[in-house]
Design a protein. Structure first.
Ligand SMILES: NC(=O)N[C@@H](CC(=O)O)C(=O)O
Ligand SMILES: [Zn+2]
Ligand SMILES: [Zn+2]
Length: 344
């Protein structure tokens, strides 16, 4: 008996497309399966103003494959100089769907992020007024906080105070990696949380046991097994606060396989097959459509996609090991086990 599953076309609520040659190489990997994606603004230099976002959106649109049915949902990179009026104008014109908060130094290309949260208060208040979501990379950067504790400490020291100071601010905890993140998301209103494909599959042992695996290194770094299980429970629960954000983040192999390797897993190519595998393991295939295609649009106040995507179970899938860009090869996330779900 062939097993097959038809879903509303999915969206990716956290995606890195980069720019130039890398953008052209990775964009088809997303547009093949996804209808929309929240496009992360951490370019060099970052996408800071409305006019930056309009120009970046045009570069993405120009790079789209001819037959693609894909809408990039743009974001602005919050800095201490961000102008509330510019944000409001970009939101009101429909140009942007969210603003992204990176604590300065927390992750790839976050040097222009926020150090003093008082300096962005006026922007956050304006966003709360107009209902524009804030997407948050939730890790503290204090050198004295262990990297495995940085998400939990961020929730207590930064996220919760920001939310108390800015009632009504719609917030997305991006790429949560801990049971602390799951618990906080469940305790709040006006709060959503994205979960990546890879954090449902790997724990910190996968990165470190039997030799260091640079292609499993991302930020926030994968945590203990108990946290992976909490993420799986949240993603497969049907709770509409949790939705897919792949955080697919291309870096070339030389930049990953390096004495100071970049953080990021590239999952755009095989995410839907991997998620079907995970949801089947959790006996929750009936919850996959909510996670990939319904909960995200509901949070962002957008209609669900009209078209569908069908997954069929068969022989193990064969996907390219690497995507080739003019900047160099990008290794596709390898879960380390056979996956039998095909996107047809
Ligand atoms: N997730 C990652 O490990 N890397 C992302 C940045 C981010 O999302 O934090 C990237 O831009 O490479
Ligand atoms: Zn991040
Ligand atoms: Zn990211």
């Amino acid at each position: 008996m062939t097993q097959s599953l038809t879903l509303r076309r999915p969206d990716d609520w956290h995606l890195h497309l980069r720019d130039g040659a890398m953008l052209r190489a990775v964009l088809p990997e997303t547009t093949r399966h996804f209808g929309r994606a929240i496009i992360m603004p951490n370019l060099v230099p970052p996408v800071v103003t409305g006019s930056d976002a309009a120009a970046y959106r045009d570069r993405i649109t120009d790079a789209l494959p001819a037959d693609a049915d894909f809408t990039p949902l743009m974001t602005l990179y919050l800095t201490e100089q961000t102008d509330p009026d510019d944000v409001a104008a970009a939101a009101e014109s429909g140009l942007i769907s969210a603003v992204k908060l990176y604590p300065a130094g927390a992750t790839t290309n976050s040097a222009s992020g926020v150090k003093d949260f008082d300096k962005v208060r006026a922007v956050l208040e304006r966003m709360a007024e107009i209902g524009l979501p804030l997407c948050v990379h939730g890790e503290v950067t204090d050198p004295d906080i262990d990297i495995f504790d940085r998400e939990a400490v961020f929730i207590d020291r930064v996220l919760d105070p920001i939310r108390r100071a800015t009632p009504g601010l719609r917030t997305v905890m991006e790429h949560i990696t801990t049971s602390n993140g799951v618990d906080y998301a469940k305790s709040q209103d006006n709060l959503g949380a994205t979960i990546t494909t890879h954090h449902l599959i790997i724990n910190r042992n996968h990165i470190l046991v039997g030799g260091i695996k640079p292609h499993y290194y991302c930020l926030p770094v994968a945590k203990r097994e108990e946290h992976r299980l909490a993420l799986r429970a949240a993603a497969t629960s049907g709770d509409a606060r949790f939705f897919l954000g792949t955080d697919s983040a291309p870096h070339t192999d030389p930049n990953k396989e390096n004495s100071c390797g970049c953080a990021g897993c590239f999952t755009a190519t095989n995410t839907m097959s991997l998620l079907a595998h995970v949801f089947e393991e959790e006996d929750a295939l009936d919850k996959l459509e909510g996670f990939t295609s319904l909960n995200g649009p509901a949070f962002y106040g957008l209609p669900v996609n009209e078209t569908t995507l069908t997954l069929t179970k068969g022989e193990a899938i064969v996907i390219p090991e690497k995507i080739i860009s003019e900047e160099g090869p990008v290794t596709v996330f390898d879960p380390g086990f056979p996956v039998n779900w095909h996107v047809s």
